[in-house]
Design a protein around this ligand. Structure first.
Ligand SMILES: C[S@@+](CC[C@H](N)C(=O)[O-])C[C@H]1O[C@@H](n2cnc3c(N)ncnc32)[C@H](O)[C@@H]1O
Length: 206
């Protein structure tokens, strides 16, 4: 059910987000959740800070802005508030998306008054993108439901899951089509979670 909602969300988001309205709404609605998670669970003592005062934050599936800047500023601000606006902490923000993403457009519009160092990290978030135990806070908004590929059986006319050339499942009555999407999503999520499990430091969060 959850998967079905996510897939539906995927298509609705992509059909309707010409002006980024829905992605922005999702982001705004999750802000309180992000702040709350940081306030309750982010534990800097567990995290390190013995040799460095730098916290590393990554936004997976950042696109070309501006939502990613709003999200990253919010995370940095929530961390600063939790640690009483101390100036000891420094922040590195890694902006990730596919290699084909227009990172030049993204970086041309970086906020001038940002309080973090900005880096681009091209590549798929279904694989490892960072060294082991190097990320303190991983963020992703309206992106993890993107599949890595179209399930092959959907393209095979001889398969029971043949999707008749469609690139979505909306309105289908063929349960094999739904199952193929769910199976692909499960594989993708497993790869994504394994990669993040390796990259995120003990005490960090996603
Ligand atoms: C709907 S946009 C959301 C952008 C932004 N997070 C926001 O909230 O406005 C989804 C983004 O995820 C990226 N994306 C999808 N699959 C990805 C993958 N496997 N690796 C990295 N980025 C991916 C897409 O290229 C796209 O820029």
């Amino acid at each position: 059910m959850l998967y079905a909602i996510l897939f539906r969300c995927h298509f609705e988001v992509n059909i309707l987000d010409a002006s980024d309205t829905i992605t922005r709404e999702v982001l705004d609605n999750s802000k309180e959740m992000v702040r709350d998670a940081i306030t309750r669970k982010f534990d800097i003592k567990k995290i390190m800070l013995s040799s460095s005062n730098t916290l590393c934050i990554a936004d997976f599936g950042c696109s070309i802005g501006p939502n990613t800047f709003i999200a990253m500023q919010h995370v940095v601000q929530s961390l600063k508030e939790k640690y009483h606006n101390t100036n000891i902490l420094e922040f590195q923000v890694f902006f990730n998306d596919h290699v084909t993403n227009d990172f030049n457009a993204l970086f041309r519009s970086l906020p001038i008054d940002r309080s973090y160092y900005a880096f681009r990290v091209p590549g798929t978030f279904h694989g490892k993108l960072f060294p082991s135990r190097s990320i303190h806070f991983a963020h992703c908004s309206t992106a993890i439901h993107w599949l890595s590929k179209c399930p092959e059986e959907l393209l095979d006319e001889k398969s029971q899951a043949w999707n008749k050339g469609l690139i979505h499942y909306v309105g289908t009555s063929n349960v094999e089509v739904l199952n193929a999407y769910v199976a692909q999503f499960e594989k993708d999520m497993e790869m994504l979670l394994n990669a993040r499990a390796d990259e995120i430091v003990e005490g960090g969060m996603m």
